[in-house]
Design a protein around this ligand. Structure first.
Ligand code: SF4
Length: 340
């Protein structure tokens, strides 16, 4: 089968003990059945330690929610004792994500990891493809997949080549039209043109919607509430951030748009891409207003925090998807207004 990923994924290396927000802290880690059986048969003291720290198919996190195998130097004892190839699936994949479409496996690296965020923000999205061994895949709608793939390629090439405000603005109109076509069984790509006029955005309501989501870390909601004071005064995201915002928008479109192959739903996914890009850009600008500086490192950490809180919670993504249809601050016109 064909594996398709942005070329920069090959450069990804976990920075382990240098990571400021290790993925070995705060997440429940499910152990896949193959790895669980392997761990069951490890002998000696380390085998005993392994089994005594696994319960209900997961590692038993300590009081600070650290994985019991993350040692005090920030390194993984399983890698040290058994080797990197003996990690469970979730630990060896993370932060890589994958989606399967017949004989195509698509993937990338997720923004919730700070090192991945550095690559996503600093590298151009250039697809690289290679052959890998076959993996089973459920049925999918080939015609819909082809349509969405062509549409996604078109959106990404505009995001890479044209002005960001104009592209985001047309992208939401274009997706509304494409959604109409899909809902009516018309498998045609619409024209790339503006159809709705932008309206004044309601920044306070957008922040309020994000505050309704389930926080992952206790500091997130106070952070959002403090940033809102500054966000209300931001009329435009600075031109100097455009190159980074483009890469973020491409990341979100690439990752989420094709999920429409499985349920025919694309509008909420394009709104997620547009609003997430704007939110992260807005949080960068708030940081500058508060601290007079937001260097590249800080931009990566802010993007990573947003991703962790919003994108890496299935529940939050579902709530947001509903809000994109129900809430007045997320109409197509108002989202377009964010990028004027
Ligand atoms: S978040 Fe990324 S860099 Fe940090 S420990 Fe996990 S994979 Fe490594």
């Amino acid at each position: 089968m064909l594996l398709r990923m942005p070329g920069y994924c090959e450069k990804f290396r976990c920075i382990a003990d240098r990571c400021k927000d290790s993925c070995c802290i705060g997440w429940e880690i499910d152990i896949d059945s193959d790895t669980a059986s392997y761990y069951d048969n490890i002998g000696g003291k380390f085998g005993e330690r392994l089994r005594s720290n696994i319960s209900d198919g997961c590692f038993v996190l300590d009081q600070e929610e650290r994985c019991p195998f993350l040692n005090k130097n920030g390194l993984c004892d399983i890698i040290i004792e058994l080797g990197e190839d003996k990690l469970c699936q979730i630990c060896s994949d993370h932060p890589r994500y994958f989606e399967w479409f017949g004989d195509v496996k698509e993937g990338g690296i997720g923004l919730c990891c700070e090192e991945a965020a550095r690559l996503i923000l600093s590298e151009e999205h250039i697809i690289s493809e290679c052959e890998v061994s076959d993996e089973g895949c459920d049925d999918y709608d080939v015609e819909l997949y082809d349509l969405l793939r062509n549409a996604r390629d078109m959106i990404i090439s505009h995001l890479q080549d044209d002005s960001l405000p104009e592209t985001v603005s047309v992208m939401v109109d274009f997706t509304e039209e494409l959604q109409y076509n899909i809902d009516n069984g018309i498998f045609m790509i619409p024209d790339w043109t503006q159809t709705a006029s932008p309206e004044t955005p309601d920044i306070e309501s957008i922040f309020s919607c994000f505050s309704e989501l389930e926080p992952i870390r206790p500091e997130w909601l106070p952070y959002l509430s403090e940033r809102l004071t500054y966000a209300k005064n931001i009329n435009k995201l600075p031109k100097t951030d455009e190159v980074y915002l483009r890469r973020l928008a491409v990341y979100f479109v690439y990752r989420y748009f094709m999920k429409g192959t499985f349920d025919g739903e694309i509008v909420s996914r394009i709104k997620l891409s547009a609003v997430s890009t704007w939110m992260i850009g807005c949080l960068w600008e708030c940081e500058r207003l508060i601290k007079e500086n937001c260097d590249f490192e800080q931009m990566c950490l802010i993007a990573k925090n947003y991703s962790k809180e919003v994108e890496y919670s299935e529940e939050n993504l579902n709530v947001l998807a509903d809000m994109f249809y129900d809430r007045a601050c997320f109409t197509t016109q108002r989202i377009k207004g964010l990028f004027r």
